[in-house]
Each structure stands twice: as structure tokens, then as C-alpha cells.
Design a protein around this ligand. Structure first.
Ligand code: CU
Length: 135
């Protein structure tokens, strides 16, 4: 068997390139049909990232859980309460969910400077808590 001609090698390279580009596009499409454009909290390996998120009043936050284990983002009135609660009338709860995304919305009337701690209602003190800060 003779080695491929330069032209053939170039065609082969193009084919491989377009094949991998297609694979990239299709895997993105499968995981997140509509990429979130606003603020995002990602849960991975039992941790929130970013642990402190600053948003505007009225913001919709996408919470994505990359773990197969269910987690939630549940507001509490103060750190270490581990029961659903509100700060300055601001409360949110994704409810427990696994391997997917949920959204929570901060009221447009949320007072500036409000800091709302949240926890995971499945793992409570077994997981580090986070904060949403309202700009
Ligand atoms: Cu959890």
C-alpha cells in the first residue's frame, strides 16, 4: 500500500476536522439545548460554584446540577438554619433535582444589598452553603 498523496491527506484531515466539529456541536446540543445566558450556579461534586453569586433584582438564575445525585438550591433565613426561609422577603427553592437544570427568579422588588444564604435540602450540613447577593 502506497502512502496517501498530499491532496488525499489534506482531504482526510478536513474530514476528521469536520467530524470532530460535528461531534462537539451535537454533544453540546444534547446536554444543554438552550445555553443559559444569565447568571449560573453550577453544582458539581457536592459543591456550589460560584459559592457567592451577585445578581440584579429580577434576575433569573440557572442552577445546573452536574452530579447524578440530587441537590437543591434552597434559601434560608440565616446560615446553618437548614430549613427553607427568606431574607428581606427574598426566598427561592429549586427543589431536589439530579443531572439537569432548574431556574430560580429573584423578585424585582428585592432590596439592594440583600444577602440570601442557601443550602442543599438533600444534604443539609453535609454540603457547603452558598450565598446570593443582590446588587
Ligand atoms: Cu446536595
Amino acid at each position: 500500500m502506497s502512502p496517501p498523496s498530499p491532496a488525499r491527506a489534506a482531504r482526510l484531515g478536513l474530514l476528521l476536522l469536520s467530524g470532530s466539529a460535528l461531534a462537539l456541536v451535537s454533544s453540546c446540543g444534547l446536554d444543554t439545548p438552550v445555553p443559559p445566558s444569565g447568571p449560573v450556579i453550577t453544582i458539581q461534586s457536592f459543591a456550589y460554584s460560584p459559592a457567592e453569586l451577585t445578581v440584579d433584582p429580577g434576575a433569573t438564575i440557572t442552577v445546573q446540577n452536574l452530579d447524578a445525585e440530587p441537590h437543591s438550591v434552597t434559601s434560608e433565613s440565616a446560615l446553618d438554619q437548614f430549613v427553607p426561609g427568606a431574607v428581606a422577603g427574598v426566598a427561592f427553592d429549586t427543589g431536589p433535582f439530579a443531572s439537569g437544570a432548574r431556574t430560580i427568579t429573584i423578585p424585582s422588588t428585592a432590596p439592594h444589598g440583600t444577602i440570601v444564604p442557601y443550602y442543599c435540602s438533600v444534604h443539609t450540613s453535609g454540603m457547603a452553603q452558598g450565598h446570593v447577593m443582590i446588587r
